[in-house]
Design a protein around this ligand. Sequence first.
Ligand SMILES: [Zn+2]
Length: 128
Amino acid sequence: MSTPLHPQAPRLLLAARLVFVAWVSLALLAIQIGLSLFFTPDKLWLLHPDIFAILLIFQLTVAIGYIWAAVGVKCSACGRHMFFEDLGPKHASAPRVWSMDHWASTVMEILRFRRCSCMYCGSRFMVR
Ligand SMILES: [Zn+2]
């Protein structure tokens, strides 16, 4: 039996890509904050407050886009959200990539293999 295509595959892929963009942007913010310990904004253009503000606004925009994309994506088998992880039990076959949380593992699975698993019921989907 082949793995079914998730009915909201384009939205799943968009949400996963937005999470990745947010992770990269957060890394840039962390680098900027780290550099600010050693340099002043007049010595390094990357530390200029305008650059910091642009990164923060970009982060906020990506976060809003992610919430818009992720909030409506549900598992077609159990009806639970694919990207929002609660504290309850997860399905034993739901994968965890590099010891990440289940939702982050879902993001990585989508980005790396164009497939994902529901963390609640274990159903597998293709995301093409
Ligand atoms: Zn499910």
